[in-house]
Design a protein around this ligand. Sequence first.
Ligand code: NAD
Length: 445
Amino acid sequence: MKRMKREGHVCIIGTGYVGVATAIGLAELGWDVVGHDVIVERVRALALGEPPYRERGLASMLRRHLASGRVRFTEQLSEAVTGARMVILAVGTPGNDDGSADLSALRRAVDDLDDFGIDDAVIVLRSTVPPGTTERIAKRLQYRVPVIYSPEFLREGTAVHDVLYPSRVVIGGNDDEAIQAYADLFEHVAAPIVRTSSIEAELIKGYSNAFLAARISLANEVASLCDALGADSTAVLAGIGADPRIGSSFLQPGIGFGGPCFDKDTRSLIYVARRAGAESAMLSAVLAVNDAQPGRVLKILEDELGTLSGTTIGVWGLTFKAGTDDVRHSLAISIVQILVSKGARVRAYDPAIRTNPMLTKCEIVTEPLAAANADALMVLTEWPEFRTIPSTEIAGALRRPIVIDGRNILDAKALAAAGIRYRGVGRQELPRTKAPHRVAGEAVS
Ligand code: NAD
């Protein structure tokens, strides 16, 4: 193995959510960064200051660093890699049908680097990978360059912030010089460095996501029992979360967890455990609860309306969470598809979505109250702006006064006071203090 370089830029391969946030974060920390992606249009747009996804403040930071020359993007791998001190791989690792991680993009990126003849930079895997992958990549490169693993824990919606203010920087590997060179990038970040073997770092990432997913499934199970017993899960979960050993984050019931990470990373761990002959009963239960959750929320709607066929359902929120335009594995989209398959007409509003190829049979409107012109309204993403819409205006827009709050974010009392039948997840129904309005010819429940 040659001595590694201690000068030169940082190269980032894969400029999606993680790659772009990492590029901008490192530029904010004062490093020169060159990004590369196989999607030529993505590279060209980035070079013009247009990020591939929506996140508050991202475009302005990108443009600032492009203008200063701290960040560049190129379609040419050779240009991105030549002179780099470090190559960070942030390509996608989606799930296969059997739960295993699809590492084909990672293998291709590594083979491209190998063909190019990289031999004096540190290679850092930042993508989420199953345990053992870093070692296999090092072997694939015949141990000619150090390969280390540093998982990314960012949350979409606050991605650059999370790169700059991480709870910890986990670095796995056995090459001290390479680990130090990577840790130096985060010298001015106030977070502990957690140093482990590469396989331990891979397990830290996988189980961190599985743990958060488990909390959400537990909260959904609490909500289910609260519904059955006539208790309010909001109060119960607040009381549980007040214990500092437990905490309140990721302890809210709802439609279930979606997005590009929790489901596929949990499935990947189950796959790895099965192959290794280890237990994963808990992870399987986490997924089983989550898979059933959209059906539970839809059942509340069906109980209210009797049948969905021929109804119009208003939907607030399509993205998998607020603050992003990401709809990968969005359970909101799954629910819309089920509604359409059951004969409902869907009118949806999401502040970040104007069209979506998965929603050909759904009308996407540009105003929240236009979506509420329906037989019932479902809240499927926790966008804060939904809380600011007066209950009286929601009541005025609805044809039948029914709101199913799949995220428990609306003010139940205010809605009840406006005459709306409010149903949350694990929340008790409040008596309506105003008579529901009637639309000519329509029955009111
Ligand atoms: P993404 O799909 O948004 O971006 C991946 C990018 O890699 C794409 O632009 C793709 O074109 C590019 N790419 C694929 N093969 C390439 C190659 N050979 N050369 C150059 N570019 C290539 O994915 P993402 O959401 O940024 O996730 C990346 C990784 O980070 C995944 O492993 C994911 O699990 C993990 N992760 C994601 C998040 C998140 O919130 N999105 C958070 C933490 C970790």
